[in-house]
Design a protein around this ligand. Structure first.
Ligand code: OSB
Ligand code: MG
Length: 367
């Protein structure tokens, strides 16, 4: 039975600034939802950023939506599944819904004594680990940073690109590290379809894919671009649901999908998108939002599903934080182990949680 929902707020510094085409992050503002039951509690991490620049959602807005609209929908019998059905009238707000859903799932799976990986249908005990490399100040730094990650065993490198910082980055990394490494780029919507000819130069570098080249609403532009370039187009920001995934595939706006549970309203929807892509032979991979161990643990469970045939952006804790909120996830021979105990398999360390504030407690009505 669900007794209460708590909101926990805090922050954590990144080990190095992370620059994308939409901005630079040096730390993460954190919001966790804790679902308190009779015997256990479950944790969910909100992936929204401080500012609405990756998508229209942002952290303070999630606090408001969760407190004002989502929590009042809960009762003692709520499950992740009933919550998602009840929350259907609330439009958008995917990251807010995903946070509450994740906490409820963790709680109910702990009660049922099964792991999230098992619940979702995982068939792997560890997953290959890729790394997302932010835009660097110069090419020397890029080579150094990529070299360090490769030395740590990361099996796939993703370079963030933007107009003015693209073809040369890829050329340099290929020249330095060879044609064998798995390499892809992510533009975070920084181009327009008028850049198709420019982006076609990427075809020379045998990339796994180009992620979200154009604005999230520009599906027609992605269709046009995908026709003109040979590099597979992968969508991130544009895919917010099973429906948008199906539409993008039907239209041929993309041939690969980056699945982020936060962006699509939770793990249940993420699983549906995975199932659709698996049935169509469309490769998927698990994206990241610089999550701490709470979100990372749940993403590892998802990434262990059979359709996740490309390495994801789930790196080791040390790639992000000097000290994670949970026991650290480590990379070993290019892989990270999938938690296999109950629920998401981890909890915040008490000494780390001591730096957080419990900013709200909502008692849940007894039916
Ligand atoms: O576009 O995939 C993205 C981080 C924050 C917001 C958007 C993105 C990213 C990343 C980092 O690329 C992935 C990670 O290592 O968590
Ligand atoms: Mg992306």
């Amino acid at each position: 039975m669900l007794r209460a929902i708590e909101l926990w707020r805090g922050g954590i510094a990144l080990v190095s600034p992370f620059r994308t085409s939409f901005g630079t992050d040096t730390s993460r503002d954190l919001l966790y939802v804790r679902a308190v039951g009779d015997e256990h509690s479950g944790w969910g991490e909100c992936v929204a950023g401080t500012e609405p620049n990756y998508s229209s959602e942002y952290l303070e807005n999630c606090v408001e939506v969760i407190s004002r609209f989502l929590v009042p929908m809960l009762c003692a019998d709520s499950t992740a599944q009933s919550f998602i059905a009840d929350a259907a009238p609330i439009r958008g707000n995917y990251m807010s819904k995903a946070t509450v859903e994740a906490a409820l799932l963790d709680l109910q799976l702990r009660d049922q004594k099964i792991s999230l990986a098992k619940f979702l249908g995982a068939n792997k005990t560890k997953v290959p680990s890729g790394v997302s490399v932010g835009i660097q100040n110069n090419l020397n730094n890029l080579v150094r940073v990529v070299g360090e990650y490769l030395a740590q065993g990361y099996v796939r490198v993703k370079l963030k690109i933007e107009p003015g910082s693209d073809i040369e980055l890829v050329r340099t990394v290929r020249k330095e590290f060879g044609d064998e490494i798995l390499l892809q780029v992510d533009a975070n919507a920084a181009y327009t379809v008028a850049d198709a000819k420019h982006l076609k130069q990427l075809d020379a570098f045998n990339l796994l894919l180009i992620e979200q080249p154009l604005p999230e609403d520009d599906l027609a532009g992605h269709v046009e671009l995908a026709r003109q370039i040979n590099t597979p187009v992968c969508l991130d920001e544009s895919i917010t649901s099973l429906d948008t995934a199906r539409g993008a595939l039907d239209l041929k706006a993309c041939s690969v999908i980056n699945i982020k549970p936060g962006r699509v309203g939770g793990y249940l929807e993420a699983k549906k998108i995975h199932d659709l892509c698996l049935s169509r032979g469309v490769p998927v991979w698990c994206g990241g939002m610089l999550e701490t161990g709470i979100g990372r643990a749940a993403n590892l469970a998802l990434a262990a599903l059979p359709g996740f045939t490309l390495p994801g952006d789930i790196s080791a804790s040390a790639r992000y934080f000097a000290r994670d909120i949970t026991p650290p996830f480590v990379i070993e021979s290019g892989h990270i182990e999938v938690p296999n105990t109950v629920g998401i398999g981890v909890e915040p360390l008490p000494e780390m949680l001591a730096n957080f504030k419990r900013t709200a407690v909502f008692e849940v009505a007894k039916n």
